[in-house]
Design a protein around this ligand. Sequence first.
Ligand SMILES: NC(=O)c1ccc[n+]([C@@H]2O[C@H](COP(=O)([O-])OP(=O)(O)OC[C@H]3O[C@@H](n4cnc5c(N)ncnc54)[C@H](OP(=O)(O)O)[C@@H]3O)[C@@H](O)[C@H]2O)c1
Length: 386
Amino acid sequence: MQQAETTSQKKVGVLIGGSGLIGGTLAHYFKTKTPDNIEIRAPSSKKLSIRNAEDIRDYLKRVRPDFLINAAIANIDSDSLLAFEVNYLGALNLARASSALNIPYIHISSAATLPNGVNLVEDDHLPITAKLNNYAKSKLMAETTLRHMHKTAGLDYTAIRLAVVYGEHDHKIQGFHRLFFSIADESMPVLFTKKGVKHSYSNANKLPYVIHHVLKNREEFSGETYHFVDPSPVELDDLILTIKSYLELKSPREVYVPYPLAKTGKKVLELLLRFLSRIGINGGLPAELMFLESFYKTQTLSVRKLQQSSFVDPLPDENIYTKLPALVIYYLTRWSHQNLIATFNEVMLAPNVMENEFANNPQELLDSIHTDSAGPFKSLLDLKPK
Ligand SMILES: NC(=O)c1ccc[n+]([C@@H]2O[C@H](COP(=O)([O-])OP(=O)(O)OC[C@H]3O[C@@H](n4cnc5c(N)ncnc54)[C@H](OP(=O)(O)O)[C@@H]3O)[C@@H](O)[C@H]2O)c1
């Protein structure tokens, strides 16, 4: 993939995790922004599980890709075996395959590998210890092995660390979107943070531009890790209160719950849920609560290394605040269609004529479709065997 891929040089890339938040955004980018010169294959985990080295070998022998991108991850609250196998062994398997095929391996990593603190740089990382949660431990081990394989076997890889990701198409409602959901759902009565706590945020829509650039400039980016976050960190309480005001809601109230109290509350809820499960009532707390402490501690990532590279941000004015209106419309529409929330101001969403007709005049809708829109697609007629 050295230097620009010309239109005549078609490249094939294998993207793992293409149904996820990050992978889905990457697949969409390569399909719409580079339609002719990059073809992306994005097998589901049912077709290719990265836990299984043989699956990977068989698939890659058939596809013979020019690069690999790994945006797969086990659920954040997975047990240690699944986290180890998907997040660590999966990454190792893909890196070994890349090394054998001598093709670039792009690895998506996480700020979970970093300690708390401000302006953290790419060389910073947590020490690997038994008490780390499964997610952080497995992501940290993967980063360490990639560095090792680059040094010892010349693995051509780039790791990109993301912080809290925002963007459309998060079908699982995780991370930032879980926070947003609990505000929209009015299940956050008060603020579980303290004043001044800041975090870095990663814009999913911009990430594909970085990855594309990194793939085109291997000499510069090979063997390196980069932070990919918006340059300005964001105060958590301000973000929550801004979302609340967009949604025109009364909660959460501007009351800051101290960490010890929040921690005790979480423990009480866990005990209550354990008790309820004994009498057949099953429920669970959002997985993100395992990061409760992070709501009370600042963690911001330095963007200097990427800014000093040859990559130029295509949308320098876009950040989580400028994206909020679009995210609000996207997720409120989605969650209301899924009957997940019902308490927001419906005026914010443009009415959908079809939906209205489907709900109130199904026979008229059917008649109008039969009259105007039930013929064969004109643009496909030429493909019909003569
Ligand atoms: N979202 C965030 O806020 C955030 C923050 C920091 C870093 N990151 C990093 O970004 C990357 C992508 O995260 P995401 O939020 O996009 O995840 P996601 O939405 O949960 O998607 C996970 C993807 O992994 C795939 N997958 C799971 N197990 C697999 C297996 N055994 N073999 C192959 N594929 C498998 C899933 O495929 P199927 O659906 O087919 O099972 C799915 O496409 C991860 O490296 C994560 O650490 C995310």
